[in-house]
Design a binder for this molecule. Structure first.
Ligand code: AMP
Ligand code: ZN
Length: 111
């Protein structure tokens, strides 16, 4: 499958990793929107949040269970987690990912 985040997950495309285990990978976004901007992905391909179901949701819980550790590693004192889902939700890479944003006092809302 021609998926850029699958290629990052399997090492075909390099990334600046901040956390990795057998199920997930976190790496710095190539175009950071905030001083710290990390993308967290499941290694297994899930296209978007709309594709999460009972059979694959464990990895989503796993991602959230590691976010405090990743945030600590990055010295984040408060942060925002964002998921863009499908084209109308602003998703450009069709492999489920969560943006972890921080490193400054963020504005209140995004709309
Ligand atoms: P989204 O718009 O929610 O689909 O987010 C995709 C994100 O992936 C964007 O913030 C891009 O800057 C980021 N991105 C795309 N290609 C790469 C890459 N090769 N390495 C790191 N981040 C990337
Ligand atoms: Zn993929």
């Amino acid at each position: 499958m021609d998926c850029i985040f699958c290629k990052i997950a399997n090492g075909e495309i390099p990334s600046n990793k901040v956390y990795e285990d057998e199920k997930i990978l976190a790496f710095h976004d190539i175009a950071p929107q905030t001083p710290v901007h990390v993308v967290i992905i499941p290694k297994a391909h899930i296209a978007c949040a709309d594709e999460i179901d009972d059979t694959n949701c464990d990895v989503v819980a796993h991602i959230f269970s590691k976010i405090p550790l990743i945030a600590k590693e990055l010295n984040l004192d408060g942060y925002r987690i964002i998921n863009n889902c499908k084209e109308n939700g602003g998703q450009t890479v069709m492999h489920l990912h969560f943006h972890l944003l921080g490193g400054k006092k963020l504005g209140e809302k995004i709309a």
